[in-house]
Design a protein. Structure first.
Length: 320
């Protein structure tokens, strides 16, 4: 009997079922965007306005006032098209992220079932959340960090920027961007980043990881687990790394006064946009406090005139 396809009958793990549930939700969201008649109507309206615009941008006899009404409607319509396109791009990205992690989980479990060593894939991947547990985030606007290379959500750029630090080791603290999910308390957006810890690498792929929210759940249980990729991870400086390591604090940029950064807000597990008021060298000039822990003085966005001292290990580039 031909048993080559016997492995396909293997029951899916609970982790895979949950991941597929989120992937299906993302696909439904994407389908809803595509089938929205308002999007088609907006594009048609913009095309009609463009057709009515003077050829060669030549003003009519009545001057600018003659095209001003069309200009205002066209500007509004183009902005709406832009917003819809960005919404579609985010939905496509999130759908691909969820499916990518689902494939990685499936391959890992199939390799385990056959006793084979999991193959490392070089296929670009993007992040995705896989958890039915709730995330509790403060009601403030937060933003994300980076490394020596300007932050980019493009998979190849992320791998190149972090190549010297990969694979991320278990226990490594990171800033993590959790995609929006119906299982969260309130929506998350592009500016939301939380403190998390790497728990393992998925399928020996340096691009895919499981991270754990550093914030315990409301019932006292450990923080929620997420399947994700480098696209949603920004490693924080490792206090235990040797001085010549790419993970050491010295390998990260030093932000001067006036720079915009992302930092962990004191007594929270969330990162927020902040302005540097004083760098570590300003806080501890040469010869003074040389053995002190490097600190930044920051003013966080939407935090009035309050000033906070934050460890340099919790301050990174803002990917704005």
């Amino acid at each position: 009997m031909d048993r080559r396809r016997g492995i396909s009958a293997r029951p899916a793990s609970t982790e895979e079922v949950e991941c597929w549930s989120h992937a299906r939700s993302s696909i439904n969201t994407l389908n809803g965007i595509y089938s929205n008649p308002g999007t088609v109507e907006t594009i048609g309206r913009v095309n009609r306005l463009i057709s009515s615009w003077p050829s060669n941008d030549t003003l009519p006899a009545e001057g600018f006032e003659g095209v001003k009404p069309v200009y205002k409607k066209l500007l509004s319509g183009l902005q709406e098209v832009k917003n819809n396109a960005e919404k579609e791009a985010r939905a496509i990205g999130e759908t691909m992220e969820r499916l990518d992690v689902l494939i990685a989980l499936r391959k890992a479990s199939e390799s385990h079932a056959t006793g084979q060593s999991p193959a490392v894939t070089s296929t670009p991947a993007t992040p995705v959340v896989n958890s039915l547990q709730k995330i509790t985030l403060p009601a403030r606007n937060s933003v994300g960090p980076g490394s020596n290379i300007p932050f980019s959500r493009e998979p190849k750029a992320r791998r190149e920027a972090l190549a010297a630090q990969l694979p991320l080791q278990e226990g490594r603290k990171v800033a993590f961007h959790p995609p929006s999910s119906s299982g969260t308390n309130g929506p998350t957006d592009e500016s939301t980043w939380i403190l998390a810890v790497v728990t393992r690498c998925i399928n020996q792929d340096k691009n895919r990881y499981v991270v754990q929210d550093a914030e315990p759940q409301e019932d006292g249980q450990p923080g929620a687990l997420y399947n994700t990729t480098l696209r949603s991870i920004i490693p924080l400086p490792d206090p235990n790394a040797p001085p010549n390591s790419a993970s050491h604090q010295s390998a990260y940029p030093v932000f001067p006064a006036g720079a915009t950064v992302m930092a962990l807000y004191p007594d929270t597990s969330c990162f927020y946009r902040a302005e540097v008021l004083a760098s570590p060298s300003d806080m501890h000039p040469a010869g003074r406090g040389a053995q002190s822990k490097p600190m930044y003085k920051l003013k966080f966005e939407d935090d009035g005139d309050q000033e906070h001292s934050v460890s340099a290990q919790l301050v990174v580039e803002w990917p704005g």
